[in-house]
Every structure is written in structure tokens, then in C-alpha cells.
Design a protein around this ligand. Structure first.
Ligand code: FPP
Length: 265
């Protein structure tokens, strides 16, 4: 069998840094539909087209990880019919998008309390994860039945279990230890967090991981968030200066305090 050649990456020059990891809170599907006098669930259906376009665009441009907030732990409180529709859509997506994921060298991974998902959706998801496991271009991470507080609580519970069993010394627990107990410790933190539909909320999404992410809010609803809107977000990111609590790198005569002390010592 001949090996598939990965597509060449076409990274746009936006005059500044490019994010390795983009995370998106896909909001406004219901509003998009209601404004058109359609049933809310048709907004979710249209949202799939945005998922496809944003996934392929990010993969083409060389984003390494794209994390999409597809279903939160709180979303289980929605009407049963809407949940059923969303889970059906998820299952359909898992099957229908396989060729697109393969063509674009995208690996699928999921985070969240996946055991809460209906069996058929979970099976389709596991099969797609397996099929795409050796793709290396980009990882598409879907957050499903995901909540950041439950992720942290799940991690802390496992830390406590390991400490009780003597596998972990409580004195050694630091930030990196906790990171190691989160759902996907090996993926670097998001650089850019996008939310659609104009809302200025985090909604329990990746609270630990977004500590230093740049935040971008798009006014359009998720079904209208396509490549041009993604480019706007990437342009905004390119113009930001990230300091991670320090100072801007090229500020003159501003060595870190420890170095300064050495110089004057
Ligand atoms: C928020 O819109 C969106 C969701 C709760 C679900 C997002 C799901 C999709 C985009 C489709 C399924 C995705 C995959 C990957 C299979 P909302 O309903 O809260 O909108 P509203 O705030 O306008 O009511």
C-alpha cells in the first residue's frame, strides 16, 4: 500500500505569531436558527458545516491542535429531544467526516466524561479515533460531556487515591502533578481561545489550561463562523503581545529580577 503524502502546510503571513493550539467555544447555534424562524436544532445541524470548514482550514494552515467545545456537562440539562438530536448528529459526524479527517491528516481525540455518551455515539467516536490514530497533521479534540470543574475534581480524586495508596507523596504535588492528572496532559495549553455569538463567558471550559490564552470574541453565531472569521481571529492573535505575567521580551534594559540581582551583586 502506498503511503499517503501529507498536504503541504499553507501558513498565512499575518505579521505576527501563529497559534499552535486554538480552542473554540461554539456558541449561538440556537440563536442562528431562531433568527431565521427555524427550529433550534437546525442551528446545530448548520454548525456542523462550520466545524468542517474550521477543521480543514486550521489543518491546512498548520494549527497543531484544535479543541472544540461540543457538549458540556451542563448541556445534559437541555430538553431531551435536543440532546437526542445532538447525540445523533455526533454519531453522524463521526462517520461522515472520516474521509475529510483522513484527507487532511487530522487525528481525532476526545476529552470529557465520555462514558456518559450514548453507546452508539461512543462507539462511532472510538472507531474514528482508532482510524485516525496515526494521522500527524493536526489533532481535533472534541470536548464532550466536558466540564472543567469536573475535570479538575476527577484529577484531584485520582491524586488523593494515589497518595492514599502510597504512589504519590503529597509533598511532591505541584502544578505539573495536577496537569498530569487532567484529561489530556500532553497537549500544550491553548494559545488562542475563541468564543462566538458575542458572549464574554468561559462557561467552565479548560479553566486550568487557558490561564494565559489570548481571548477573542466573534460577534457572529457559530454557523456563520467560517474561514474569513477565523482569519480575523488569527489576525487579532498575531497583533497581541503575550507576556505570561512577565515583561515584553524586547523591552530595553529589563533583565529578569534574578539576572538583575546577579549584575548588581
Ligand atoms: C451552543 O449553541 C452549541 C452547542 C451546545 C453545541 C455545539 C454543537 C455543534 C456545533 C454541533 C455538533 C458538533 C459536533 C462536533 C458533532 P446554543 O445552542 O447554546 O446556542 P444559543 O446560545 O443561541 O441557544
Amino acid at each position: 500500500m502506498t503511503e499517503r503524502q501529507p498536504k503541504p502546510i499553507q501558513r498565512p503571513d499575518l505579521g505576527g505569531p501563529f497559534p499552535e493550539h486554538v480552542a473554540i467555544i461554539m456558541d449561538g447555534n440556537g440563536r442562528w436558527a431562531q433568527r431565521r424562524a427555524l427550529r433550534r436544532v437546525l442551528g446545530h445541524k448548520e454548525g456542523i458545516a462550520s466545524v468542517r470548514e474550521i477543521t480543514t482550514s486550521c489543518a491546512e494552515m498548520g494549527v497543531k491542535s484544535l479543541t472544540l467545545y461540543a457538549f458540556s456537562v451542563e448541556n445534559w440539562k437541555r430538553p431531551r429531544a435536543e440532546i437526542r438530536f445532538l447525540m445523533g448528529l455526533l454519531e453522524e459526524f463521526m462517520v461522515a467526516e472520516r474521509p475529510t479527517l483522513m484527507d487532511n491528516d487530522v487525528r481525532l481525540a476526545c476529552i470529557g466524561r465520555l462514558d456518559d455518551l450514548p453507546e452508539a455515539s461512543l462507539r462511532a467516536l472510538r472507531e474514528t479515533e482508532e482510524l485516525t490514530a496515526s494521522n500527524r497533521g493536526m489533532t481535533l479534540r472534541l470536548a464532550l460531556s466536558y466540564g472543567s470543574r469536573s475535570e479538575i475534581a476527577d484529577g484531584v480524586r485520582r491524586i488523593a487515591e494515589d497518595a492514599r495508596a502510597g504512589r504519590l507523596d503529597p509533598a511532591d504535588v505541584d502544578e505539573e502533578t495536577l496537569r498530569g492528572y487532567l484529561y489530556d496532559p500532553d497537549t500544550p495549553d491553548p494559545d488562542l481561545l475563541i468564543r462566538t455569538a458575542g458572549e464574554m463567558r468561559i462557561s467552565n471550559f479548560l479553566l486550568w489550561q487557558i490561564s494565559y490564552a489570548e481571548f477573542y470574541v466573534a460577534d457572529v453565531c457559530w454557523p456563520e463562523f467560517r474561514r474569513p472569521q477565523l482569519m480575523e481571529a488569527l489576525r487579532a492573535y498575531a497583533s497581541r503581545q503575550r507576556k505570561f505575567g512577565g515583561l515584553i521580551q524586547d523591552a530595553p534594559d529589563e533583565a529578569p529580577a534574578s539576572k538583575k540581582a546577579e549584575r548588581t551583586a
